[in-house]
Design a protein around this ligand. Structure first.
Ligand code: MRU
Length: 347
């Protein structure tokens, strides 16, 4: 596997065999366990640029700034950040676990990954040991995506157009993807799947990241603005909607990128099946329903400007909730790697 990478001047890092299983990766721990490599997703698709960080605080900042984003990917990044923190002692490890858990509030994968590492650290907090635990966590997340993909792919017709929102692909996970994992698995099974990607305002994860990943894999993808979804559905051009999730409550309510709820309402109105694909690390059984899911509010600047170009008049304010909640009743199926039907639990 070769890396398309830009190494910082004067530094070289021993690259491991990428756990992502792809020629690009959102996050990988370098050989020696002292450096984490992050693909700067804010720069895609113009630049495929990797950053190399060796302090947990840099990973915290990378998560907050969305250099690394997507619920499973930020969980994996946090797990590796704790390996870096452990090298600085037990007190730093505890402080890192606390701070990383608050970096982004909606994706429960963060808490899940941190709990996994901290449970192990109680027994053995040697960085080398925690690095192995974190790598195993990363590998299990990729394996989960493949299982999710296989399950979801079965639901898709032999020839279909799938609408997706945001980016729930290899970039948002340890590799392979959840919603895009379903598409990849269906294509691998010989199905003729075309993807309609919603651009996903305000940060354009659909336009920048989903389109980039799929084009790289030669999977046909057509970009639409978010406001085009209703009309395309009304014309009968969409056969299924498949999205990822940031947190799934016990009753099957799903928090995902802002705009997902609207798409679910539209899908319901047009009798189009709406599917959610997510690993078990996204399920929060402690959350009774969607009302209990914390919704991240991000800076209004992300709405008022595109990158550094202001698009709204001076003095205008904006709202920027990063996620919304889709009620379980609008969801046809939730695919995880487990044989559990969250929408129809057995008593
Ligand atoms: O704000 P982001 O880009 O981190 O939001 C990502 C999403 O909403 C994804 O759909 C979700 O995390 C699932 S990723 C497999």
């Amino acid at each position: 596997m070769t890396w398309a990478r830009t190494l910082p001047a004067g530094r070289a890092h021993a690259h491991p065999e990428p756990i992502s299983g792809a020629p690009y990766s959102a996050v990988e721990l370098m050989v020696g366990d002292k450096t984490l490599m992050l693909l700067d997703q804010r720069k895609l698709p113009a630049h495929e640029r990797y950053e190399y960080v060796s302090e947990w605080t840099q990973v915290e900042e990378a998560i907050k700034s969305m250099m690394v984003r997507g619920a499973p990917a930020i969980g994996i990044a946090a797990a590796y950040a704790l390996v870096l923190a452990a090298a600085r002692g037990a007190e730093t490890l505890r402080a890192a676990a606390d701070a990383l858990g608050k970096a982004r509030p909606t994706a429960v994968n963060l808490a899940h990954a941190i709990a996994t590492i901290m449970r192990e650290a109680e027994k053995n907090s040697a960085p080398a040991h925690l690095a192995e635990v974190a790598r195993t966590y990363h590998k299990e997340e990729v394996a989960a995506c493949k299982r999710i993909g296989a399950r979801g792919a079965e639901a898709l017709p032999q020839k279909c157009t799938v609408l997706t929102h945001c980016n729930a692909g290899a970039l948002a996970t340890g590799g392979f993807g959840t919603a895009l994992g379903v598409v990849r698995a269906a294509r691998a099974a010989g199905k003729d799947v075309h993807v309609i990607a919603c651009e996903t305002r305000p940060l354009l994860q659909g336009a920048r990241l989903t389109a980039w990943e799929l084009a790289r894999d030669h999977i046909p993808v057509t970009l639409v603005t978010d406001s085009m979804a209703a009309s395309i559905m009304a014309r009968g051009e969409i056969h299924a909607v498949v999205v990822g999730a940031d947190r799934i409550a016990k009753n099957g309510d799903v928090a995902n990128k802002i705009g997902t709820y609207g798409l679910a309402v539209l899908a319901h109105a047009h009798d189009i099946p709406f599917y959610v694909a997510a690993p078990w690390s996204t399920v929060d059984l402690a959350c009774a329903d969607g009302a209990a899911i914390p919704i991240e509010e991000r800076s209004e600047d992300e709405v008022l400007a595109i990158e550094t170009t202001r698009i709204a008049p001076a003095g205008v304010t904006a709202r920027n909730p990063a996620f919304d909640v889709t009620p379980a009743r609008l969801i046809r199926a939730i695919y995880t790697e487990r044989d559990v039907d969250l929408l129809h639990p057995t008593p």
